[in-house]
Design a protein around this ligand. Structure first.
Ligand code: GLN
Length: 454
């Protein structure tokens, strides 16, 4: 994989940092342990992985693809990374992303975009475009992403790979640099559903260092993936979400989705249409809740304790240094969200915007609850569009936000979803993804249905 990175990453741009020596040392340790007669630490011992550059690591930088954290090396490691290391998984390096996970194309990285291996003039999705492209370009067999509004699933769809947003609270956020704390969740990315399940098993589990971590057993995702691979969905009820099937989606995406539904039926599933009316407002609610939390979380980048500090002749007071550093260190999308969030949370607007968004969020949760009374999983396209050309939407944030339509409800409700490859679009020959959503703590259903479909 290091050779492959060397050969193709100059074009793909999936990695921000490659930790070749450390990865080889970790792999060598696995070999030595096995030669010494030890049991493998996990089924994935020795299988290398790319890590989204928003999870803290000691011994290599964590930048969140931002100039404000350029070169910063964390003094402590995220729980996810600790679990990877304990499982004997060598870390190849850190993957590219939109700055602080804000974006849908990986063009908001301060260190240059990632390109889609399916067409290098195309974006790979975002914010975790590096993690998805590394899989599609065979630079890594496994990667970790984070999903606040779709950043694992949408890039998976756009690169024909598999990505899972686990139930909120089941994968520790300790050491995951926070964008929107009530939405963020790390998850597995891979080229097959079973690989994703094996990785899911490694990273999920209770962590007393994360106050939102749920103290419950991880669903049996590996068993579910193996059972699903038998290809029998008899007795499984699948709901097609009416509000996530619109004429505004690309025709090739819709026809791929309709074919996927037909295939689920052919596998024995019972398919019914369900309505989730509040989903129509998910985009508006998300783009208030998310920036509001961002505006608070990113206040920590104050140039006082760590990160970029700009103190030229004009900046004397602490406030002036903060302003100069944040102006120079944050990119345009990050600034836009801090401003939207600060506005939405300010006295006089709080009830009208933030409070209203929270009400919509609760309604979305209720729509899911009602739907899951009659079906086991819900399905939709993962993204309404296939990968677009680099530069096409950079000046139009709203057009960019619209590509998240189908993935946002899951984060707002805190439940789980997977994106699995669903062929290529008849419009342009580019990848399409099928999204499967399940109730909180029923992540195993994603793997059962995903493995049957893939
Ligand atoms: N594209 C969405 C956004 O820009 C989702 C990001 C994410 O999941 N981190 O906010």
């Amino acid at each position: 994989h290091l050779d492959r990175i060397e050969a193709v990453d100059g074009t793909v741009g999936a990695f921000l940092h490659v930790a070749g020596e450390q990865a080889l040392a970790a792999a060598g340790q696995v070999d030595a342990d096995l030669a010494g007669g030890a049991e493998p630490a996990s089924p994935l011992a020795g299988v290398p992985l790319g890590l989204k550059d928003i999870l803290t690591t000691t011994g290599m930088p964590t930048t969140c693809a931002s100039k404000i954290l350029e070169g910063w090396v964390s003094p402590y490691e995220s729980t996810v990374v600790g679990r990877l290391r304990a499982a004997g998984i060598p870390i190849l390096g850190k993957t590219n992303m939109d700055e602080f996970a804000m974006g849908s194309s990986t063009e908001n990285s301060a260190f240059g975009p990632t390109r889609n291996p399916w067409g290098t003039d195309r974006i790979p999705g975002g914010s975790g475009g590096g993690s998805a492209a590394a899989l599609a370009a065979f630079e890594a067999p496994l990667t970790i992403g984070t999903d606040t509004g779709g950043s694992i699933r949408q890039p998976a769809a756009l690169t024909a790979t598999v990505g899972v947003k686990p139930t909120y609270g089941t994968v520790s956020r300790f050491g995951l640099v926070a964008a929107a704390s009530s939405l963020d969740q790390a998850g597995p990315c891979a080229r097959t559903v079973l690989d994703a399940a094996l990785l899911h098993q490694v990273i999920a589990g209770h962590d007393p260092r994360d106050s939102t971590s749920i103290d419950t057993a991880v669903p049996a995702v590996v068993d579910a993936a193996r059972a699903g691979a038998q290809g029998d969905l008899t007795g499984v009820k699948v709901g097609v979400v009416r509000e996530l099937h619109s004429d505004s989606y690309q025709p090739g995406v819709l026809s791929s989705f309709d074919a996927a539904v037909a295939q689920l039926k052919a596998l024995g599933a019972e398919v019914i249409e369900v309505s989730c009316p509040a989903f129509e407002h998910a985009l508006a609610a998300y783009y208030l809740v998310m920036p509001s939390e961002v505006s608070s979380n990113l206040a920590r980048f104050d140039a006082m304790r760590y990160g970029l500090r700009v103190s030229d002749d004009g900046a004397h007071s602490a406030e002036q240094v903060m302003a100069a550093s944040r102006s120079a260190g944050f990119g345009p999308e990050v600034k836009r969200r801090i401003m939207i969030g600060t506005y939405a949370l300010s006295a006089g607007y709080y009830d009208e915007y933030y409070g209203q968004a929270l009400k919509v969020r609760a309604l979305i949760g209720r729509d899911y609850a009602r739907a899951f009374e009659s079906v086991d999983v819900l399905v939709s396209p993962t993204s309404p569009v296939t990968p677009w050309k680099l530069g096409e939407k950079v000046d139009d944030p709203l057009a960019m936000y619209l590509s998240d339509l189908c993935t946002l409800p899951t984060n707002l409700a805190g439940n789980c979803a997977i994106s699995v490859p669903s062929g290529i679009s008849a419009d342009d020959g580019l990848p399409v993804g099928l999204q499967i959503m399940a109730p909180a703590l029923a992540d195993d259903r994603l793997y059962r249905v995903g493995a049957a479909y893939e």
